[in-house]
Design a protein around this ligand. Structure first.
Ligand code: FEO
Ligand code: CA
Ligand code: CA
Ligand code: CA
Length: 665
């Protein structure tokens, strides 16, 4: 008797309409509470947040710009880890950046002169990570302010360097003359967790925090100049002006050579080399030291996501470098997985993350791809003329230059990635790329290719956008050959082309509808519980029609579509590119779940193991409020979540079904 296949799961919600309300819009039957907003105290000694720019004490308050986050279950007593704990848990989350105008009484001072110390101290402390204990009381998740787990890691926290670059000449600073220690984590974007129960926070646009004096190039080696250029730390940059204050905790944000020693140990010329990493934090052990894992490379790290570990096989992490024309990477550990390490915490990180191989991806037109090893054994690296590589430490610190040398594929801004728990395929959002062109490429501009096949003018031609290139972004996915995460080759296709539903078919290549159209996918996350894929947007091109959003998806698999020709056009120039396109989603397999308030990005997602609570971060609502607007609350772009005349705040919300049921399907 033939066995009937199980029926396809169905979404348990109707699509939310696009909108520009100053509200968080959810489907009928769903509701939310605000769990943790900018400035909320994480202990009982810190006063409530006034939210008028006068607050201090951010070492014990929620930071700003909530971003990626992970859920770490606790047992009912709150005394130990419990991966099935749905009533009590730790949330670890990033605070990527700041909305300076809301953070200070009269807005942020311009970065022209010496900045007020109180502003700089607040800004440094409002970056980094929060670890908080949450508990379900009377059916509602709340912050436990009395918890000993609660802590902030900020731009000034003392931490350790680990992996091949530790102790190298690149890391020697006045703070750590042996190059073993550093301070602070900055621009923490997306995250990851590990099979051993720790949290990974990823440093993205750290380069923008470093000032460098005009004329500094003349004092630096050719290697140093090449690296500063490649990472965008320009001569003459004053960054946020943190370096304008006296005192080494401020001077360290100046990457210029100002000392006389040969090794950099008398100044902070090497300080920037201590940023740009995946940083490991043990949420269950508040006393454990924080470690920057240099073997996972130095770039604009978006997230670090592991493939399901298999006993006796290496542990593999996937990562993207979020800048235009940057790369997709993976790290494969030398040590093989031992299930006994599952609750070992950060000491297991020493075993798996400090020795292994870093790879970068090359995508080919036929739908195959390969992982290229970034090691000194690779002649393209040892023979590079752009940077004189002599050690693995050089590769770990100047990773982009090593990846250039091996001929990796330049992508349309790799944001988050996530592994499909059903088949191990890896999804990467490529959010958009204004540097894709169809003719006369030059400098940092590139022609479309199979994996980044779109370049055109904004189809809408709206007054809000003059974007060109890959305006709306796409989602690419890979399947490792043989299903082995450590494999050296893979197959790929494009799961989804983001587009406006009203765009013509040559641009709306995935046939999106009013119920699921989107622009600039950024956050992407598979539920390990039910395999649902959540997609979050960070859009600049569709913001005249809709605020940023989150959608739920039930994707198929690599190869379920076919080769497809993409007709590109900018102005009078045109170029046709062949790509591998997945099967188009329908309203039954891709549906809008949420639209955020004005000016926000939707980013960061986690859920309880029972699927009854979904945590989502609403980042920088109202961020377009100017200093002049502060004089009149009626001119604030957003007042979410507090309403009235309040300054808007980034916040974590808890989304539940009114009937207490499972979220999504
Ligand atoms: Fe911080 Fe790539 O977004
Ligand atoms: Ca992002
Ligand atoms: Ca983004
Ligand atoms: Ca943002």
């Amino acid at each position: 008797v033939p066995v009937e296949p199980p029926p396809a799961p169905k979404f348990n919600f109707n699509a939310v309409a696009k909108n520009v309300l100053d509200a968080l819009t959810l489907p009928a039957g769903y509701g939310y509470t605000v769990l943790f907003a900018l400035g909320d105290p994480i202990n009982n000694a810190t006063p409530a947040y006034r939210n008028d720019g006068s607050d201090t004490g951010f070492d014990f308050r929620a930071g700003d710009h909530h971003d990626g986050m992970n859920y770490f279950g606790l047992n009912a007593a709150g005394t130990a880890a419990d991966v099935n704990g749905s009533e009590r848990a730790l949330l670890a989350m990033n605070h990527e950046n700041i909305t300076g105008n809301f953070l200070h009484v009269a807005g942020a001072t311009s970065s022209g002169g010496v900045r007020p110390q109180a502003e700089v101290d607040k800004e440094i402390a409002a970056h980094g990570v929060s670890v908080i204990e949450i508990q379900k009381l009377a059916g509602r998740f709340q912050l436990n302010r009395a918890s000993a787990y609660n802590r902030r890691i900020t731009g000034q926290t003392a931490l350790e360097l680990a992996g091949p670059a530790k102790g190298s000449a690149h890391m020697r600073t006045a703070y750590s003359v042996d190059g073993s220690k550093a301070r602070g984590t900055i621009n923490n974007c997306a995250t990851g967790d590990t099979p051993w129960g720790t949290f990974l926070t990823c440093e993205e646009n750290w380069a923008g925090y470093f000032a460098r004096a005009t004329g500094d190039n003349a004092k630096r080696t050719a290697n140093e100049v090449a690296s500063f250029k490649r990472y965008g730390i320009s001569e003459g940059s004053s960054a946020l002006g943190w370096h304008t204050l006296a005192g080494e905790q401020y001077q360290r944000w100046n990457a210029s050579k100002v000392g006389v020693g040969a090794d950099g140990s008398d100044d902070f010329r090497n300080e920037a080399n201590t940023f740009g990493y995946v940083v490991e934090i043990d949420p269950y052990h508040p006393g454990a030291v924080v470690k920057k894992r240099t073997h996972l490379g130095r770039f604009a790290h978006e997230c670090a996501v592991y493939a399901k570990p298999v006993v006796g096989k290496p542990v593999v992490f996937y990562m993207g470098d979020d800048s235009r024309n940057e790369y997709i990477y993976k790290y494969v550990s030398k040590a093989v997985w031992d299930a006994a390490d599952a609750s070992r915490g950060i000491s297991a990180g020493d075993k798996y993350l400090d020795e292994g191989t870093l790879y970068v991806a090359r995508f080919k037109e036929d739908g195959s791809g390969e992982w290229l090893a970034l090691t000194m054994a690779n002649a393209a690296i040892s023979g590079s003329t752009a940077y004189n590589f002599t050690s693995l430490a050089d590769i770990c610190v100047h990773t982009r230059l090593a990846a250039d040398a091996v001929g990796a594929t330049k992508m349309d801004r790799p944001e988050w990635c996530s592994v499909n728990p059903k088949n191990g395929e890896v999804y990467f959002t490529l959010t958009n790329n204004s540097n894709r062109v169809v003719a006369a490429p030059g400098g940092s501009k590139l022609l479309p290719d199979a994996a980044n096949p779109r370049a055109y003018e904004d189809a809408k031609g709206s007054s809000t956008s003059t974007s060109k290139g890959n305006v709306n972004g796409h989602i690419i996915r890979t399947a490792e050959v043989g299903g082995d995460p450590a494999a050296l080759s893979f197959k790929w296709d494009i799961y989804l082309f983001a587009a406006e539903a009203g765009a013509d078919a040559a641009i709306n290549l995935s046939s999106l509808t009013a119920d699921n159209d989107m622009s600039s996918p950024d956050g992407i996350w598979f539920s390990k519980r039910n395999g649902l894929l959540w997609v979050q947007t960070d859009d600049g091109a569709y913001s005249d029609v809709t605020n940023c959003m989150m959608l739920a998806a039930m994707p198929g698999q690599v190869g379920d579509g076919a080769a497809h020709k993409v007709a590109n056009k900018i102005g009078g120039a045109s170029l046709e590119v062949t790509t591998q396109k997945g099967k188009n989603p329908s309203n039954d397999t891709l549906r809008r779940f949420l639209v955020g308030p004005k000016g926000c990005e939707i980013t960061g997602i986690a859920e309880t193991p029972d699927g009854k609570a979904l945590f989502v971060n609403i980042q920088h609502p109202g961020e377009e409020t100017s200093v002049a607007d502060l004089a009149d609350p009626g001119r604030f772009q957003s007042h979410w979540p507090d309403g009235g005349n309040a300054r808007a705040r980034s916040a974590t919300v808890v989304i539940t079904r009114n009937d207490g049921g499972s979220i999504g399907i």
